[in-house]
Ligand binder design. Structure first.
Ligand SMILES: Cc1ncc(COP(=O)(O)O)c(C=O)c1O
Length: 383
């Protein structure tokens, strides 16, 4: 056998069989939506059976426990305590509740960047009529934002620095430890949107020093839409009171007292209402897989797949927009394109699922992808 005939594989390829989409498709779009696993489908089936057979009786001995299980699973993947995790339906609602807890009287400024997912900036742009000032740090290259630039925008009037761990626009990793230090140097808090990092790489919220971090099911944690978490460091939660809230934030939720709000001690004071249980169950299945593999092993395989994809693209004359150093890249590979939606449709016709963002076709491999998936996508993009 010659070298050219040897099929390159990787340590996590054995998980592919758990994701039925690969029977039909070449799926390279996990940064939009992680693939559905047989485990997630089975968990949702269990939930539907419980609902069918037991109705609301399942709340007290099973479903309440499922909420704790998903909080605990989220805590484990980011190195937090379970008491530091609040559940939400979306990053947007989680960010809105966190934004409602800050005091903008003395500190009206919120610093964010031009590369962040817009739902983050919107929370504070919407508060401009209340006197909130949004400072947008512009990326010099459309790929990353040097932490020093963020640091220069922070001062004693800053309430919060809000940016991403991995920029959805380029896949570049931000140094969130440096960003948190820049915020804290002036007494501001630091919020990190970790939706594009948590799952595909190790994240340690305590070591990084961030005050808040969101992530969730949609992408790299394989839980689908409708379930996310907000990490709030214990000591930060203790001194903040949300003004957008709900009964899950109450310390004695089942006291049903409409006259007083007594906040939960930890991050739960940032919750609102009943979580979507179907999403909780798909997330339990996804978290089980991610934790079984471990984010260090995922990062290793995903880095190899990403570098392979980038080199194949470059070898065929494409110029992916990615960070300069491989260690700053993640599994989001942006390929410049004159008509991204048309290219996405053309690939879809060939059974290859990728996505479009302004000016780019976006490809995102995960541990269940293979080097052959990369080859097929680049072949289809360049033929
Ligand atoms: C980095 C990032 N933040 C936030 C979102 C959106 O969050 P949600 O729809 O949960 O508000 C996305 C994508 O969907 C994202 O990529």
């Amino acid at each position: 056998m010659t070298g050219a005939n040897i099929v390159r594989t990787h340590a996590l390829a054995r998980y592919r069989a758990e994701f039925p989409i690969f029977r039909e498709k070449t799926y390279l779009n996990s940064c939009s939506l992680g693939a559905l696993s047989t485990r997630s489908r089975a968990r949702v089936g269990e939930y539907l059976d419980q609902w069918d057979r037991r109705g609301a009786a399942a709340w007290y001995d099973v479903w309440w426990g499922a909420l704790d299980q998903v909080r605990g699973g989220y805590a484990a993947v980011v190195g937090a305590k379970a008491s530091e995790i609040a559940l939400h339906a979306s990053v947007s609602t989680a960010t809105a509740v966190l934004a409602s807890a800050l005091d903008y009287q003395r500190r009206p400024k919120v610093v964010t960047t031009s590369l962040d997912f817009p739902t983050v900036a919107y929370q504070w742009l919407a508060k401009r009529p209340l006197g909130v000032e949004v400072v947008m740090v512009e990326s010099p290259d459309g790929i990353t934002v040097p932490p020093e630039m963020i640091a220069r925008a922070v001062d004693g009037r800053t309430a919060l620095v809000a940016t991403s761990h991995v920029y959805f626009t380029s896949g570049a990793v931000q140094d969130i430890t440096a960003v948190a230090a820049a915020a804290h140097a002036h007494g501001a808090l630091c919020y990190i949107d970790g939706y594009q990092s948590v799952g595909q790489m190790p994240v340690d919220v305590h070591a990084s020093g961030v005050d808040f971090l969101t992530a969730g099911g949609l992408k790299w944690l394989l839980g689908g839409p409708g379930i996310v978490f907000l990490y709030v460091r214990d000591d930060v939660a203790a001194r903040l009171e949300p003004t957008v809230t709900g009964w899950f934030a109450h310390k004695h939720q089942f006291g049903f007292d409409p006259r007083n709000v007594e906040w939960h001690d930890g991050a739960k004071r940032f919750e609102q209402g009943t979580p979507a249980l179907a999403a909780v169950y798909t997330q339990i299945g996804g978290l089980e897989i991610v934790r079984e593999i471990g984010t260090t092993a995922i990062r290793e395989v995903v880095s190899d797949l990403t570098e392979d994809l980038i080199s194949r693209a470059r070898a065929r004359g494409l110029r992916p927009k990615v960070a300069a150093r491989p260690e700053d890249r993640t599994a989001i590979v942006m390929i410049p394109s004159a008509d991204p939606p048309a290219v996405v449709r053309q690939l879809a016709d060939a059974g290859i699922v990728v996505d479009a963002r302004p000016g780019h076709v976006r490809l995102s491999p995960y541990f269940y992808n293979t080097f052959e998936d990369n080859a097929a996508a680049i072949e289809a993009l360049t033929s």
